[in-house]
Design a protein around this ligand. Structure first.
Ligand SMILES: NC(=O)c1ccc[n+]([C@@H]2O[C@H](COP(=O)([O-])OP(=O)(O)OC[C@H]3O[C@@H](n4cnc5c(N)ncnc54)[C@H](OP(=O)(O)O)[C@@H]3O)[C@@H](O)[C@H]2O)c1
Length: 259
């Protein structure tokens, strides 16, 4: 699991590196010469992704970030990163009353409270160092209702709010916080959630690539912007998403359940 020892390179921590946006982020930062501390849950997928990344200045750790034990595993093994990409997550279809209490809690922890626990551990070191960058991958679901995915949307909304507050609090301390709000991104997330039908249902022009999300998110982070909505189409529609007609059209196009 451990490859090259960390040297003088700046160090980035990426959660959820084994596929999708996290993997694209790892590839991007590898090209920039960062030392990478990578985290995901499934051992087979992590090893496969690590081999595919083929970047010696990195190592990976296995942790289930849907509970505090997983966060502690990471904070015990990874010392004070200069850049944190809090990306790990799943999408979950779930009508009200349809998810078990443990499923609701794990999902909310993974997408929101766990991110807070991770950052609360590392940010004081960034303040002492007088520099740092934080990227939180939330979702466009943070700013628009998502029927039948209410736990997902509310967790993404809460972490967006936490990130916006932190961005203001840390700005004068030379630490940037950028929350990324992607729409539909072609990754493994939907297939894992049993939502493969969305690939056909959601029109092609509404999908953004993971690489595009990373490029726009990094650009925003380097400019110290507190929020970014990747993809031109989402930038255009986002101001209207809470209007009732726009919201009806949006929900029709992105309907999660089959009924
Ligand atoms: N795809 C979209 O349309 C979309 C849209 C908006 C926001 N997002 C957000 O983007 C982020 C990345 O998702 P993605 O689309 O790139 O999906 P993905 O391809 O499924 O990647 C998700 C990553 O998170 C890791 N992960 C999932 N649950 C974990 C857990 N309990 N503990 C540790 N690691 C865990 C996965 O590791 P394993 O290999 O172990 O599963 C994988 O590396 C998520 O926060 C997601 O909510 C995605």
């Amino acid at each position: 699991m451990i490859n090259d020892l960390e040297g003088e390179q700046p160090k980035a921590l990426i959660t959820g590196f084994s596929s999708g946006i996290g993997f694209a982020y790892a590839q991007h930062l590898a090209k920039q010469g960062w030392y990478l501390e990578l985290v995901s849950k499934d051992p087979t997928r992590a090893q496969k992704a690590y081999e595919q990344l083929a970047y010696p200045h990195s190592r990976y750790h296995l942790a289930d970030l849907s509970n505090i034990g997983g966060i502690k595993t990471v904070t015990e093994k990874v010392d004070s990163p200069e850049l944190i990409i809090a990306n790990a997550g799943i999408t979950k279809f779930g009508e009200v009353g349809g998810l078990k209490e443990s499923e609701r809690k794990d999902l909310f922890y993974l997408l929101c409270i766990g991110v807070i626990d991770l950052l609360e551990e590392y940010v004081p070191d960034m303040i002492t160092a007088g520099k740092g960058r934080i990227v939180i991958v939330s979702s466009i679901g943070a700013i628009t209702p998502m029927p039948k995915s209410s736990i997902y949307a509310s967790a993404k909304s809460a972490i967006n709010s936490y990130g916006q507050s932190l961005a203001k609090e840390l700005y004068s301390k030379n630490i940037s916080v950028t929350v990324s709000l992607p729409g539909y991104v072609k990754t493994e997330a939907h297939a894992k959630a049993g939502l493969t039908h969305l690939r056909d249902k959601v029109p092609e022009w509404m999908w953004v690539s993971a690489d595009q999300v990373v490029l726009e998110t990094e650009k925003a982070s380097l400019k110290k912007k507190s929020q970014v909505i990747p993809g031109i189409i989402y930038k255009l529609v986002s101001p209207f998403l809470n209007m009732s007609l726009a919201n009806k059209i949006w929900n029709k196009m992105t309907k999660r359940g089959k009924s």
